[in-house]
Write a protein of this length. Structure first.
Length: 446
């Protein structure tokens, strides 16, 4: 496979960076927006979060089948990135516009539409990863560039978010993200025309036709040990990280009592996210393989969360620094994520001679959304359980917010690391699989 230039890789990565602004803003502010500017109660907030989570999972199923089965002349993947990205950007601005104060239905519907379009864009975007990079090293280089771009856009969001929200509104922050998304997905669409090449069925070889899966193949081949181990480990990673992201604004607003400290956390953590993403290839070499890198990052994150929980209750600065430094661990895990996951498709093709890679890469969003469903339930109903009331925040509620923010993610991350290390996709096994697939593909082309 042709090695891509750095310019191309970073242009491709920038599209992911701007698209990531959608979940970044959502995870940090959606729940807070609903219980403040949108005028929803804690129960109304929990209801909206629950509806969004369920709808997200259903939409992922639909768009995953769509991406696998559609073979459009203007791109099997890139067209959906363009369409879904722009659509999600516009509708997310509307979702953060408090046009109907207190309306659970309005905010649930707008968020579901926006999330579904984002899912379409992200599913298709990740489907191109195996087309761009084949070897473990090249895939790590590609996903590292993606996460560096994600980190840079996250830094921008962290620097401007509080000021924009306080002086203009939540909708304005989403509007800035929308402009960035449009400006990046359009050039990405044209740049990937030689990667995402249309190949009509009549020009496929017999082996390529036989490798095309039926709908039943796509469903049944999801049931494999590497997929199960990845699913469990990734859910732990997502619940831990998103749960913290959603709750940390509550900690600074209500438990600590000064939202300005949130700017310090968001800025420092996102700068260190960039550092963590850049360190991921070195950690990968040190621990040998994408699976081990995925687990190592969760262990690092859990260690610093433990410090924040044990010693941060009397010092917001120490608490903030621990959370921020720990975020480097999350960045390492997140950078290794797509590369680690992508080899499940290779494993399926190696074992069953069916190419469900596009479907599997699209299903990466399903894994994320399952984790978000659990996160939404934990956060939404967790706030109810600790007795949170924005009009009267008790000391018991403050302590509960602290524990939900730090202790819960710490335990979940440790569990996720242990599960991940039980996966059979070790560095040695992946290299064996790739070598066998290369022999098969060479034989098919001969």
């Amino acid at each position: 496979m042709k090695q891509r230039s750095k310019k191309f890789i970073y242009l491709y990565g920038l599209a992911d960076g701007t698209l990531a602004m959608i979940p970044t803003i959502y995870n940090s502010y959606w729940s807070l927006f609903l219980t403040s500017a949108a005028g929803l109660s804690a129960t109304g907030n929990a209801t909206v979060l629950s509806i969004i989570g369920i709808a997200d999972v259903l939409s992922i199923l639909l768009v995953s089948f769509l991406v696998q089965k559609c073979n459009l002349k203007f791109g099997k993947f890139r067209f959906w990135v363009l369409l879904g990205g722009i659509g999600a950007a516009v509708t997310r601005v509307l979702a953060f516009t408090p046009l109907m104060l207190g309306s659970v239905a309005y905010f649930a519907i707008m968020a579901v539409i926006s999330s579904s379009l984002y899912n379409l864009a992200y599913c298709a975007y990740m489907g191109m990863v195996p087309l761009i990079a084949d070897s473990q090293e090249d895939r790590m280089t590609t996903v590292t560039a993606q996460q560096q771009c994600v980190a840079i856009t996250s830094i921008v969001v962290s620097l401007i978010s509080v000021a924009v929200i306080q002086n203009v509104g939540y909708w304005a922050l989403s509007a800035i993200a929308a402009v960035a998304i449009v400006a990046s997905v359009i050039p990405m669409y044209f740049a990937t025309k030689d990667v995402d090449v249309y190949k009509p069925a009549e020009k496929m070889t017999q082996a390529e036709k036989e490798a095309q899966p039926s709908v039943w193949d796509m469903i049944r081949l999801l049931a494999n040990v590497p997929m199960l181990m990845y699913l469990l480990g990734s859910i732990c990673k997502i619940v831990g990280s998103i749960g913290l992201a959603m709750l940390v604004s509550y900690y600074y607003t209500y438990a600590y009592g000064d939202m300005s400290m949130l700017t310090v956390y968001l800025t420092l953590s996102t700068v260190l996210q960039l550092v963590g993403a850049s360190l991921a290839p070195f950690v990968n070499k040190l621990v040998k393989g994408n699976r081990n890198t995925f687990a190592a990052g969760m262990v690092i994150y859990a260690a610093f969360l433990a410090l924040a929980w044990a010693f941060g209750s009397h010092s917001a600065i120490f608490f903030t620094v621990c959370l921020s430094v720990g975020y480097m661990g999350w960045a390492i895990t997140h950078t290794a994520d797509a590369a680690y996951y992508s080899y499940i498709g290779d494993y399926v093709e190696y074992k069953h001679k069916k190419n469900i890679q596009p479907f599997l890469m699209s299903m990466l969003s399903m894994v994320i959304k399952i984790g978000i469903v659990v996160s939404n339930l934990v956060v939404g109903w967790g706030l109810v359980a600790v007795g949170f009331d924005a009009a009267n925040v008790t000391e018991t509620a403050k302590t509960g917010i602290m524990n939900l923010t730090v202790l819960m993610p710490m335990v979940i991350m440790i569990i996720g690391a242990v599960i991940t290390l039980l996966s059979p996709l070790s560095d040695k096994r992946v290299r064996t699989i790739k070598a066998e697939l290369e022999k098969r593909h060479a034989g098919e082309q001969a």
